[in-house]
Every structure is written in C-alpha cells, then in structure tokens.
Design a protein around this ligand. Structure first.
Ligand SMILES: *Cc1c(COP(=O)(O)O)cnc(C)c1O
Length: 366
C-alpha cells in the first residue's frame, strides 16, 4: 500500500525547493553532442588546481583505505599558522555549505528565526527551513545587504543572521565601518554568520576580515572555503572560525569524517602555494576588466562585483538567452530562483573562456 511520504517528512522539508546547481559540462555535452564547452556557472577557479595539490594527492592515495583524520590536525595547523587563529576555534567542513548547515542544525529549530538578505545566498533559506525554523528575508538595498534593516529586524526569536561578503549572486559587499557598526547593534545571543567564500578576491577593497573580528565578537562565526580562489570545489572543504564554545557545539553536530583525507592534504598543499593564489587573483582582475569592457560594448548592464563573477541585467526574461548560450556551449547561471529573472550570473573565466562568452552573447543579442 502506498503512503504519502511528503506528509511524513519534517514540516520544514515538505515545502523545500532543492538547490539548483550549475549545469555540469558533462551533462550538456551528452545532451547536445558538444565537445567544446565553457562552464561559467559555478564560480569555480578557471586555472585548474595548483600543481602542489596534484602531487600531494598522488602521495596520499596510499592511504585511501584509511579513514581520514577526524580532527584534521594537519589542516588546522596549517590554517592556524596562515591566519593566526587558534586551532581550537576552527571547525572543518565538507565545503562551507556543510558549515552553514552545522550552524543551522546547532541553533535553529521550530519556533525560532534566522535573518538573511533578499538576493542573499540561497543556502541560507534552505538550511533554515530544513530545521523547521522561520527565515526572515530583508529587502535588499538595490542589490546589496541592507545592514541597518537587518539589525532592526532582530527580535527575541532571532537566533542566526546570515551575511555574505561579498555576496553571491550579486557580488555586492559591505565595508569595515558598516560591519562594525552593525555588530555593535546585534545582541551577543544572536549568532552572526559571516560567509567569506569570495573574500580572497576582494583584498583591494576595505572589506572587514572576519578572522580579525572573531575574538572581538563572541557571537561571530566566519566561514571560508577552498572551493573558489583555492581551486578545490570538487574536493569539498571549508572551515569556520568562532569562539571555542561555539566551535565545540558545531563539532558535536559535525559528522566525524566529514572532510575526506584527499581534501585535507589538498587544502594544506593549496594553502602553501601562495603563487597560485596570486595568479588566481591576477587572472580574475584581468578577466573582470575584459568582461566589463565586453558588456559595455554590448550595452549590457552589470552589477559591480567584488568576487569572481559578474551578474548581468538583460532587461528581459533571461531564460531564453541562457538556453541559446547553452546551445553554443556556454553555461552560465540563470537567477530565477533568486527572484532575478532578467539576470544571468557569469563566472569570470580564462581569457579564452571570456572571449567565448562575449562572442556568444553578441550573437544572441543581435
Ligand atoms: C560558493 C559559495 C560557498 C562555498 O560553497 P562550498 O560548499 O564551500 O563549495 C559559500 N557561500 C557562498 C556565498 C558561495 O557562493
């Protein structure tokens, strides 16, 4: 006899819309029989991994039959040296999405609330709703977080505030002064998650470095990832930094082997390759200008971005254009799920990839 399993699911899960990932290259290749595909859909590092990573992984394959180090000793040590943080303040995650979920599972439940911005990263409402908590979305100021409005929305039900700096999918950001004024208004009983997935790209701007603030604000949880500038999206590794008490709580909820052994050695290796990181940032600066110039020539509006992507406004339903780009082998990200149906998010690629995209856009626009 069949059964309505939806009714059996947790209330928050019943209405949950699954995360829509960027279309994989492989899948588009199979669908259209294309061999040359440019994927600019998931803000990945276009340069390929650091050579040090490949070597480290090669060596670590001898240990594939073993469980990874549950406490990530070597990775925490490397992070601690690099960012001058106490290892006891670090939580490792299977990507930083894992950490966002850990915060939600630790502090949210039915009857309480989290706050995030309109156009904020979609994982914030997802992890909130899965716990049965209510998500409060605060209207953006143009495309950016309105920190004043977010602070004003705090009530005695608020447990977590999610901020992304820079934000995905808008690339918008807030500066140090605005952040510190914001933090002073937030009670220490409300956890502030500062998601810095793209902070490495924004070092030319006066963005707050969350890692410097963790010891000033006991309620601050900073998340970072190896998926973007460090070039390890496939391996799934990120970290959170917070005070020891919160770190201990997150680690109670964390699965013991959430970060694979290969991910741990790769993260240590990529952290050690400063040249790779600066090459990545240089390529991004170059690509940003290349795309910005190209969009200007095509009369396409874009949102100023501090990250490794640009979000363009086509002033019309962007989905047909997204489809036409797909047929030309270019994968970008439609933003309908964000309530931005006229926008497309384009990751900054290599010189050649960017040219490819601009050529394809020119064809679909004329
Ligand atoms: C890509 C991204 C992440 C990182 O995701 P991982 O799980 O670390 O791959 C986190 N936050 C934002 C805003 C992102 O865009």
């Amino acid at each position: 006899m069949s059964c309505d399993y939806v009714q059996l699911a947790n209330p928050g899960v019943q209405t949950l819309q699954p995360y829509q990932a960027g279309k994989p290259t492989d899948e588009l290749g199979r669908e259209l029989g294309l061999t040359e595909i440019v994927k600019l859909a998931s803000n990945e590092n276009p340069l390929g991994p650091s050579p040090d990573v490949l070597q480290a992984i090669q060596q670590a394959t001898a240990e594939l039959t073993r469980y990874p180090d549950s406490n990530g000793y070597h990775l925490k040590t490397a992070l601690s040296k690099r960012f001058l943080i106490d290892p006891e303040q670090i939580t490792l995650g299977n990507g930083s999405n894992d950490l966002l979920e850990l915060v939600a599972r630790t502090f949210l439940r039915e009857g309480v609330e989290s706050i995030y911005s309109q156009y904020g990263f979609i994982v914030y409402p997802l992890v909130t709703k899965a716990t049965g908590a209510r998500g409060i979305e605060i209207q953006a100021d143009r495309y950016a977080h309105d920190l004043d409005a977010i602070a004003e929305a705090v009530t005695d039900k608020t447990r977590v505030i999610f901020l992304a700096n820079p934000n995905n999918p808008t690339g918008t950001y807030f500066l140090t002064d605005a952040f510190s004024a914001f933090m002073q208004k937030i009670p220490s009983s409300v956890i502030v998650v500062l998601d810095e997935a793209y902070s490495e790209y924004a070092t030319h701007l006066n963005l707050p470095n969350g890692l410097d603030w963790v010891n000033h604000y006991t309620n601050l949880v900073v998340t970072r990832t190896f998926s973007k500038a460090y070039g390890l999206a496939s391996l799934r590794v990120g970290f959170a930094v917070a005070n020891k008490e919160i770190t201990d709580l997150l680690n109670r909820v964390r699965q013991p082997f959430n970060v694979s052994g290969l991910a741990q050695v790769a993260a240590v290796a990529t952290l050690g390759d400063q040249e790779y990181l600066s090459r990545t940032i240089d390529a991004n600066t170059y690509g940003y200008q290349q795309l910005a110039n190209g969009f200007d020539e095509l009369n396409i509006d874009y949102i100023e971005s501090a990250a490794n992507f640009l979000t363009i406004n086509l002033q019309q339903d962007a989905l047909p254009i997204y489809q036409q780009l797909l047929k030309m082998g270019v994968i970008v990200r439609p933003l309908g799920v964000y309530g931005m149906p006229n926008h497309l998010r384009v990751s900054i690629g290599t010189d050649l990839e960017n040219k490819h995209l601009l050529m394809a856009l020119k064809k679909v626009r004329v």
